[in-house]
Structures are given as structure tokens and as C-alpha cells.
Design a protein around this ligand. Structure first.
Ligand SMILES: Nc1ncnc2c1ncn2[C@@H]1O[C@H](COP(=O)(O)OP(=O)(O)O)[C@@H](O)[C@H]1O
Ligand code: SF4
Ligand SMILES: [Mg+2]
Length: 330
């Protein structure tokens, strides 16, 4: 795939949060400022119509990547380009990418305004971005969107609390599609739903991708979901991508020890009776990450070199891996 075909390119994305204690505490205790590197040099590209998933344990920076790409959080460094134009959360007015990039959030309860009827929730981006020329046109577009996501046009008159979790996520999908975006950033869109409902929403999202030619940046901690939706997978650990490759390569021939242990410990992927190896230890505190390879305290292959030298992300077989011992048996 050539760079010209990429809809989104993210280069060396960084996001730090100042998590210092209050000034008074710092003066009293002599503590310095504390900076948390939530995203620490992440690069990837997504071709038009493709799905890149970002997977990793809680706290590794997935949501922060999603929010930066959707223009909701300003990055601390690096660059995000959409169709060649820089995505900048601080840009005034309505930048050209605004209607083209939409986001679906994990929580179908918290992400919909409980006081608005569904028609207003779904129609709001159409009105806000000046995409409907009359009330009738907006109403017609909302009805079409609700049908697209498997709801009824009559649902426009109801409030969010009248729907189940899965139906609410359908409303969120309809709202995301209201501006006819090209890129949809999905942050754990099915994680709060029952397993049976998850499958319905994932199937809907795949159908909509085909119908509308959508490109997805898909965030999930669930490998079964990632296996289902992805073309390409980026595995994150403590703010960095440790492995990125096509979906089949990640699942059939994972090369980074973290990816291999994640896959082995995923309850939905391992056949019944097969050896399960749970992930050992906890994700370290990102304010004071381990030296060298930040995975070394949990890695069965760690050597002295791993404790001192951070591995760069380098080509390995069909993908890229940040490890001094890629592909070695655990
Ligand atoms: N607004 C914030 N202020 C301070 N720290 C934050 C903020 N948002 C996220 N973080 C921290 O950044 C890290 C990555 O968080 P997040 O992107 O939410 O990870 P994930 O989605 O993979 O669980 C975590 O350590 C989290 O506590
Ligand atoms: S660099 Fe070393 S510690 Fe890090 S994942 Fe590879 S083998 Fe394990
Ligand atoms: Mg998250």
C-alpha cells in the first residue's frame, strides 16, 4: 500500500499529562513536577476503507490516541494528517476534517444527551455543520440514518432512556454517520454491551463500512473483537506500539512476547483444553516506567540488555516489532 492511498497518517504522536501534586504539596515535600507520557511516539497509517485496531491492556494509551486522532485532545508532539491536512484540535472555525472524522465512545449511556430526543441527537451534527438546508431535509436524513442502523424512523421522537444498551449504541453510530464521515474512530464501542449484542453491533459496523466505504480506527482491549474487525493491528504497551502487522500475522505468528502472552491469555481465542497462560504482573506506573524495554519486568525472555536498552520498532517478517528477541519461543 502506498502512502498516497493512506487516509490517515499519524507520525511520532506524543501526549503528556502534567500529573504533578498541587504546588503547595510540592513546596512542602520538595517534589518536582510529574509528567505522565500517555502516548510516547506512536506512528501508523490507515488506507482508505481499512480498519486498524489498537489493542492493549487498560492504561496503555489507546483512548488518548483515539481522542487525538478525532481532534478532541491536542497532541503534545508529532503530527496527525487526514487526507494530507493536519488535524489540530486547537483549530478555530470548522476545519475541513471536522465533518470527515467522527468518534463512537464506549459508554452508550453517557455519550448521548439524556434530555434530547433521538431526532435531535442524530440531527445535531447535520445542523451544526450546515449539512441540511431545511428542517424537512434534516428530518429525512435522520430517518434514513436510523433505518441504516436498524432502528425505526419513529424512534426519532423517543429519549435515550427508552432504549437498551445495544440500541443506544446504534443511535451513537447513527449520530457518528450523520455528517457522512470517511473516518470513524471507535473507542471500545462494544465493551459495555452483552456478548450477544456485541456481535450484532460489530456486524452492523462491518456492513456500514462496506456500504459507506468507511475507514475505522478501532480501539479495543478484546482480542476476539479485534480478530473480527481488523485488517491491521497495532499492539500498544505503556504508550508505545510494540508490534504492528496485518491481522493474520498478529494472530498466527505474533512476534513480540507481549502480543504472544496477550493472545494466549485471551479467553475467547484459546480452544477449550488448550494451554492458557495468564498475563503475569501488573502494568507498571506510567509516571515512572521501567528502564530499557518497559515490558522487561513481565517478560519471560528479558535479558540484561532489555533492562538498559529500549528496543526500537523495526521491520520483522511481515510487520514491525519493538523487541530485542522478536519471534523467539517463550
Ligand atoms: N486527562 C488525563 N490526565 C491525566 N492522566 C491521564 C488523562 N487521560 C489519560 N491519562 C493517563 O494516560 C494513560 C493512558 O490512558 P488511556 O489513553 O485512557 O488508556 P487506555 O484507553 O488504553 O486505557 C493512563 O495512565 C491514564 O491514567
Ligand atoms: S526487548 Fe527484551 S524484555 Fe522487551 S519484550 Fe523483547 S525480550 Fe522481552
Ligand atoms: Mg480507553
Amino acid at each position: 500500500m502506498t502512502a498516497a492511498a493512506d487516509l490517515l497518517t499519524v507520525t511520532d504522536l506524543r501526549k503528556t499529562f502534567d500529573v504533578s501534586p498541587p504546588w503547595v504539596t510540592r513546596v512542602a515535600t520538595g517534589q518536582g513536577r510529574q509528567v505522565l507520557r500517555a502516548v510516547d511516539g506512536v506512528s501508523f497509517a490507515i488506507p482508505q476503507g481499512g480498519t486498524l485496531s489498537v489493542v492493549g491492556e487498560s492504561g496503555c494509551g489507546k483512548t488518548t490516541v483515539a481522542r487525538c486522532v478525532a481532534g478532541l485532545t491536542p497532541p503534545s508532539g508529532g503530527e496527525i494528517r487526514f487526507r494530507g491536512a493536519v488535524v489540530d484540535a486547537g483549530q478555530g472555525g470548522v476545519p475541513s476534517w471536522r465533518k470527515d472524522i467522527q468518534m463512537i465512545f464506549q459508554d452508550p449511556y453517557g455519550s448521548l444527551n439524556p434530555r434530547w430526543r433521538v431526532g435531535r441527537i442524530v440531527g445535531d451534527p447535520i445542523v451544526g455543520l450546515g449539512l441540511g438546508h431545511s428542517r424537512a431535509e434534516v428530518k429525512e436524513r435522520v430517518a434514513a440514518l436510523l433505518s441504516d442502523v436498524g432502528l425505526s424512523p419513529a424512534d426519532a421522537d423517543k429519549f435515550p432512556h427508552e432504549f437498551s444498551g445495544g440500541q443506544r449504541q446504534r443511535i451513537a453510530v447513527a449520530r457518528a454517520l450523520a455528517s457522512a464521515p470517511s473516518l470513524v474512530v471507535c473507542d471500545e464501542p462494544t465493551s459495555a454491551l452483552d456478548v450477544s449484542v456485541q456481535a450484532q453491533i460489530l456486524n452492523l459496523m462491518r456492513d456500514l463500512q462496506d456500504e459507506h466505504g468507511l475507514t475505522y480506527l478501532f480501539i479495543s482491549h478484546n482480542l476476539a473483537v479485534v480478530d473480527f474487525v481488523s485488517d491491521r493491528v497495532a499492539v500498544m504497551y505503556l504508550g508505545r506500539i510494540v508490534e504492528i502487522a496485518d491481522r493474520d500475522a498478529i494472530f498466527d505468528r505474533p512476534a513480540h512476547p507481549y502480543t504472544r502472552i496477550l493472545i494466549r491469555s485471551a479467553p475467547d481465542l484459546v480452544e477449550i483444553g488448550a494451554r492458557r497462560a495468564p498475563m503475569q504482573g501488573e502494568v507498571p506506573n506510567p509516571i515512572a516506567p521501567p528502564s530499557g524495554c518497559t515490558f522487561h519486568p513481565r517478560c519471560p525472555l528479558a535479558t540484561e540488555r532489555c533492562r538498559t536498552e529500549a528496543p526500537a520498532l523495526r521491520p520483522f517478517e511481515a510487520g514491525q516489532v519493538a523487541c530485542h528477541r522478536p519471534g523467539e519461543a517463550l
